[in-house]
Design a binder for this molecule. Structure first.
Ligand code: ADP
Length: 603
C-alpha cells in the first residue's frame, strides 16, 4: 500500500519570508518616507557659506534652538545651533538668502501614519494568518503547533496492498473480518435487510500476532482508504488537542467513506477512567471525544473502526459496550499449523535449499508469535549469507530458532572443565526427568554451548501437538522436570549452583498458579486467590485474599515444589548409570539431538 502524505514546507521557509519582507521594508520603503535628509553642521560652516554667498533658504526655529538652511541650489538641507550674532540678518540679506517659513516639506501626515504604523501591522497580521493556515494544513508529526489536527496517515488502495492471503493462520479472525470486507463491497445488501455493521471492532492478542496486518488486509481486500493512527499520537502537549484530533480524524473519515479507521494500541487513550486524583485529563478528554464521535455517526455510514490492543482488560467499559467497539476478535498466538503457514508465507521471500522441513521448524518454535517466526526466517537468511551460500538450509533455520530464543552462540565464553561438567549434568537432569515421566514431552535437542542471553545450556522440548488443556499430573511433571537440573547437580556434586535460578522462577510460578488459580489444591478448592491482570503481556497477577491465606498459599507452594523436587531426585537415582552415560556424552559432543538421547536411554 502506498502512504499518501502532503509535502510539508519546513518552518525555515516561513521565517525567510518574514526576513525578506523586513529587509524590503527597511531598505526601500523607509528611505523613501524620510527622503529629505538633514546634514548637521557647525556655525562656522554656516558663516563661511554666507561669506561665499552659497546660501539658499534659511529658517530660524527659536524653540528648538536650531537654524535650518540650504545651499544655493537647494540640494542639501543643513542644520546648526543658534549663536548670538547681532548682524546676521544683514549678512544673510547680502548673501541673497531667502528667509523661509518652512524649508522641509513635511510628508502628508496621513501618509506618514499609514506607512509607519498601519502598513507594518498589516504585513505582520497577513503573514501570521498565512503561517498558521499553512501549518494547520500540513498536519505533520506530533507537534505543538499543529493545533489539534489529526495526523492520520492515509493508505490508499494499490495493487501491492496487503491481502488476507499474506496473513497466514488466524483463520477465525480472517473469517470474522471478511464479513466487514463483504459489507464494504456491498453495503446495500445489508441495508435492505436492516442489518447494521458493528461500528467498531477490537482486535486483541499478544504482540506480534498480526493485528496491524489484519487491519491493513481488510482495507486491502475491500479496496477502501485506510486511516491509521496510534493511540499515543492522540495524546498531545496541551489539554484538548487530542480531542480535536479525534474530531478531525472522524471528519476526514466521513468525507472518505467507505473507509477503515485503524487505531493501534488503543489502550493508550482508552484506559479506564478511574477518577484518580492527578489522572490524565488530556487522555480522558480524548477518550470522551472518541466515545462521542462513535455515538455520533450513524450506522451504515461506511466508516468502520478497527482498533488493536494487547491489554483489553484495561479498556474503559464505555468503550467496549455495544454500539461502540461491540465486536472483539481474538488474534492469538499461532498453533502448530498456523506457525507452519506463517513460516511458509515468509519463506516465499527467500531462496530455500532442498529438504527444508517446515513442520519440524514449526514444532521446534512452539509458542513463537508471527513476528518472531518472520524474524526466524530472516535470521536464517542472514546466516546463509554469512556462510557464503546462495540458499537457506534446514540447519540455518534450526540454528536461527535458537538465536531467536536464546541469543547467538558466545564465541569466546570459556567454561572451566568443572563448570562444563556441571552444565552437562544439569541439562541431562532436565531431559532425563522429562523422558522418564510418561506424560512429559521428549526432548528435541540438548546443548551446552553458551549463548549471548546468558544461558549456559538448554534443553529444547518437543511440542507434540496442540495442548489446550493441561491436567494436574502434567503440570506436576512439568515442575518435576524444571527441578531435574538442580536435582542432578545435588546428586552428583552434592552442591547447588546459580544456574537454576530461571528453573526455580518458572517452577514457583506454575505451582502458585495451580494453587491460586486452577483450584488444584484440596484446601482452597475452587476459590480464586489470584486474578490475572495482564493476560497478553506476561500474565501479571494480583492477590485477592487475606494475609493469613497468603501465608498458607506460600506454604502450599513450597510443599508442592518440594514434592516434585524429591520425585525428580528419585527418578535420577533410579537411572544413575544413564545419567552418567548421557552427561559424559553431552560433555564430549556439546550438542546432542533428541534421537541420540533416546537411543542411549533405551540401549
Ligand atoms: P501486532 O500488530 O499484532 O503487534 P503486526 O501485525 O505488526 O503485529 O505483525 C508484525 C509482523 O509479524 C508483521 O509485519 C509480519 O511480518 C509478522 N506476522 C505476524 N503475524 C503474521 C501472520 N499471521 N502471517 C504472516 N506474518 C505475520
Amino acid at each position: 500500500m502506498q502512504e499518501v502524505k502532503k509535502p510539508k514546507k519546513p518552518l525555515i521557509y516561513y521565517y525567510s519570508i518574514v526576513l525578506i519582507v523586513l529587509i524590503v521594508f527597511n531598505f526601500l520603503l523607509m528611505p523613501w518616507v524620510s527622503q529629505q535628509r538633514i546634514v548637521e553642521t557647525d556655525y562656522g560652516t554656516f558663516m563661511t557659506m554666507i561669506e561665499e554667498k552659497d546660501i539658499g533658504q534659511v529658517q530660524y526655529n527659536e524653540e528648538e534652538n536650531s537654524i535650518l538652511f540650504t545651499d544655493k541650489d537647494n540640494t542639501t538641507i543643513y542644520q546648526t545651533g543658534i549663536i548670538p550674532d547681532p548682524d546676521i540678518a544683514d549678512r544673510l540679506h547680502e548673501a541673497g538668502a531667502v528667509f523661509s517659513g518652512q524649508i522641509i516639506e513635511q510628508a502628508s501626515p496621513i501618509l506618514t501614519f499609514l506607512l509607519t504604523w498601519i502598513l507594518p501591522i498589516l504585513i505582520f497580521v497577513g503573514l501570521g494568518e498565512l503561517m498558521s493556515r499553512k501549518l494547520m494544513k500540513s498536519a505533520g508529526g506530533p507537534n505543538a503547533m499543529s493545533f489539534g489536527k489529526s495526523n492520520a496517515k492515509i493508505y490508499v488502495k494499490s495493487s501491492e496492498g496487503i491481502k488476507f492471503s499474506d496473513v497466514a493462520g488466524e483463520d477465525e479472525a480472517k473469517e470474522n473480518l471478511s464479513e466487514i470486507v463483504e459489507y464494504l463491497h456491498n453495503p446495500q445488501k445489508y441495508k435492505e435487510i436492516g442489518a447494521s455493521m458493528p461500528k467498531g471492532i477490537l482486535l486483541v492478542g499478544p504482540p506480534g500476532t498480526g493485528k496491524t496486518m489484519l487491519a491493513k488486509a481488510v482495507a486491502g481486500e475491500a479496496n477502501v482508504p485506510f486511516f491509521s493512527m496510534s493511540g499515543s499520537e492522540f495524546v498531545e502537549m496541551f489539554v484538548g488537542m487530542g480531542a480535536s484530533k479525534v474530531r478531525d480524524l472522524f471528519k476526514q473519515a466521513k468525507e472518505k467513506a467507505p473507509c477503515i479507521v485503524f487505531i493501534d494500541e488503543i489502550d493508550a487513550i482508552g484506559q479506564k477512567r478511574d477518577g484518580r486524583i492527578g489522572g490524565n485529563d488530556e487522555r480522558e478528554q480524548t477518550l470522551n471525544q472518541l466515545l462521542t464521535e462513535m455515538d455520533g455517526f450513524e450506522e451504515n455510514t461506511g466508516v468502520i473502526i478497527l482498533a488493536a490492543t494487547n491489554r483489553p482488560e484495561s479498556l474503559d467499559p464505555a468503550l467496549t459496550r455495544p454500539g461502540r467497539f461491540d465486536r472483539r476478535v481474538p488474534v492469538e498466538l499461532p498453533d502448530l499449523k498456523g506457525r507452519e503457514a506463517i513460516l511458509r508465507v515468509h519463506a516465499k521471500k527467500i531462496k530455500l535449499g532442498e529438504n527444508v522441513d517446515f513442520e519440524k521448524i514449526a514444532r521446534m518454535a512452539s509458542g513463537a508469535s508471527g513476528a518472531e517466526l518472520a524474524n526466524i526466517i530472516n535470521e536464517a537468511a542472514l546466516r546463509a549469507v554469512r556462510d557464503n551460500r546462495s540458499y537457506v538450509t534446514q540447519a540455518d533455520l534450526e540454528e536461527s530458532i535458537e538465536v531467536v530464543i536464546a541469543g547467538y552462540q558466545k564465541k569466546n565464553a570459556i567454561l572451566t572443565d568443572q563448570e562444563k561438567r556441571v552444565v552437562a549434568y544439569h541439562e541431562i537432569g532436565h531431559a532425563l526427568v522429562a523422558a522418564k515421566q510418561t506424560n512429559s514431552a521428549p526432548v528435541q535437542k540438548i546443548t551446552i554451548v553458551p549463548r549471548t542471553s546468558g544461558a549456559l545450556g538448554y534443553t529444547m522440548q518437543v511440542d507434540e501437538g496442540n495442548h489446550y488443556l493441561m491436567s494436574q499430573a502434567e503440570l506436576e511433571n512439568k515442575i518435576a522436570t524444571l527441578t531435574g537440573g538442580r536435582a542432578a547437580e545435588e546428586l552428583i556434586f552434592n552442591s547447588a549452583s546459580t544456574g537454576a535460578s530461571n528453573d526455580i522462577e518458572q517452577a514457583t510460578k506454575l505451582a502458585r498458579a495451580m494453587i491460586t488459580r486452577y483450584g488444584m489444591s484440596k484446601e482452597f478448592d475452587m476459590v480464586a486467590m489470584e486474578t490475572v491482570t495482564n493476560q497478553y503481556l506476561g500474565g501479571d497477577t494480583t492477590l485477592a485474599c487475606s494475609a493469613e491465606t497468603q501465608a498458607r498459599i506460600d506454604q502450599l507452594v513450597v510443599e508442592l515444589v518440594k514434592r516434585q523436587h524429591e520425585k525428580a531426585v528419585n527418578i535420577l537415582l533410579e537411572n544413575r548409570d544413564k545419567l552418567d552415560e548421557l552427561a559424559n556424552y553431552l560433555y564430549q559432543k556439546e550438542t546432542i539431538t533428541g534421537e541420540e538421547f533416546m537411543s542411549i536411554l533405551n540401549r
